[in-house]
Design a protein around this ligand. Structure first.
Ligand code: PA5
Length: 419
């Protein structure tokens, strides 16, 4: 199970202050655990089974098996909440046995679009257009391009068989599917994009890539059980949410998520979107950023240790020794003999400990211990951060489920494009 510890050599928040703030946060936690009526149309993820029950999982497995058998590539068309969860798990865990996973619908760059099409040359591919309201420009434009590509390569029946769409029931996307014979999967009407990891949205692409989605869902369900019951004082999400808000009140306006495992590269994007879109409103909110260590210790590390005190840091630390590579001598005088016989696992851990020791002299460091980097624990992380985001946003006094600020640029863009 996930564990949280604090390393802060200046003890910015004392144990007593934290305990008081946790007590004060308990009524908020209790409302979140029940799910507030005001957010009824956004809380479909709170009970994992609602959108990841046996029927849904079996359907996903059957569709994924078919795609894995008949395709060399699978194009995930989607942006923001419609692709980040799937991508974070696929890029971390896929073993490369399934079709190549290609991402589209997340850019308007002609260069990137052409590169994406080039990767599909000579490959039999299927697409899944994931779009809650099917008005978003990026997925809409990519879907059109890819439909034409399939139409140019296959018969109409085969092209239709290679197109799946995950959209809102009753939406123009469903109408299109019915008219053209595409497979239609429901995008939950009671979940916003960034909370959809445990639904058709996140799980189908993961299953196509060969991820054990049942383990993932078990992980999320286990976390649901832990966060929606038990003593409120020990609730990990409440503790994390309270700490974030306390640091924010004390002038830390950024939260930096970091890890020494590059496998988290795409998970950061999911996490950044979750917190930025959920909390950045009404002139408030921590700005979520991320850093991939140890590489970025040679870049942003300087600023963190020595620059303006803007941020606190949250580390994801994986406990299990899942890989091993021992550094052996090669008889050449390179002055690295102090590494002889040492495992990269231990070298990486030493770098992690040293970083926390150094950074915690200057800023608060939170550390999440994650037992292993696998599907089960990704499920735990998704549910944990979604729940914590709901608690944290409620403590902050904002609506964690809307995103009114995203509309402003869209209005100007649609105007410029003559929509
Ligand atoms: O979390 C959200 O609601 C957003 O990030 C959406 O997922 C994103 O804007 C894509 O929306 P849609 O699926 O409607 O194209």
């Amino acid at each position: 199970m996930l564990k949280l510890s604090i390393r802060d050599q200046r003890a910015l928040v004392s144990e007593a202050e934290l305990a008081t703030a946790v007590q004060e946060g308990i009524p908020v936690l209790e409302r979140v655990q029940k799910g507030e009526a005001a957010y009824a149309d956004s809380l479909g993820w709170l009970h994992v089974d609602e959108w990841a029950g046996e029927e849904v999982l079996s359907r996903i497995e059957q569709l994924a098996a078919q795609i894995r058998e008949t395709c060399d590539a699978f194009v995930l068309i989607g942006v923001g909440g419609s692709n980040n969860a799937a991508r974070s798990v696929i890029e971390a865990l896929a073993d490369g046995t399934g079709p190549e996973i290609v991402y589209a619908g997340n850019t308007l760059s002609a260069n990137a679009m052409n590169r994406m099409l080039k990767r599909l040359e000579g490959k039999r591919f299927a697409v899944d257009c994931i779009a809650k309201n099917f008005e978003t420009l990026e997925p809409g434009a990519s879907f059109r391009v890819l439909r034409r590509e399939l139409a140019a390569r296959c018969s109409p029946a085969e092209a239709a068989a290679r197109i799946l769409c995950t959209g809102t029931e009753g939406s123009p996307l469903e109408e299109l599917c019915q008219k053209e014979g595409y497979t239609f999967l429901p995008f939950p009407t009671n979940i916003g994009g960034r909370y959809t990891a445990m639904t058709y949205v996140g799980l189908l692409p993961m299953a196509v890539a060969g991820i054990d989605i049942r383990a993932l869902v078990r992980g999320a369900a286990g976390m649901e059980q832990a966060l929606r019951s038990g003593a409120p004082e020990d609730n990990l999400a409440l503790r994390y949410a309270v700490l974030r808000n306390l640091y924010y009140q004390r002038g830390y306006k950024l939260e930096l998520l970091a890890s020494f495992e590059p496998q988290f590269r795409w998970f950061y994007k999911w996490w950044v979107q979750l917190f930025a879109e959920s909390e950045g409103k009404d002139g408030k909110g921590l700005f979520p950023v991320c850093a991939e260590y140890s590489e970025e210790l040679h870049a942003v590390g300087q600023y963190i240790q020595d620059g303006a005190p803007l941020m606190f840091e949250t580390f994801l630390d994986v406990e299990a020794r899942q890989d091993s590579l021992v550094v052996m001598p090669d008889g050449k005088a390179d002055h690295f003999d102090y590494l002889n016989g040492k495992d990269f696992y231990d070298i990486n851990k030493a770098a992690f400990s040293a970083t926390v020791t150094a950074h915690s002299q200057k800023l608060p460091c939170l550390i999440f211990d994650i037992p292993a980097l696998d599907a089960y624990n990704f499920g735990q992380l998704f549910y944990f951060f979604q729940f914590a985001c709901y608690v944290s946003g409620s403590l902050l006094g904002i609506d964690p489920f809307n995103q009114p600020g995203v509309e402003a640029y869209k209005c100007w863009m649609f105007k410029a494009l003559g929509k």
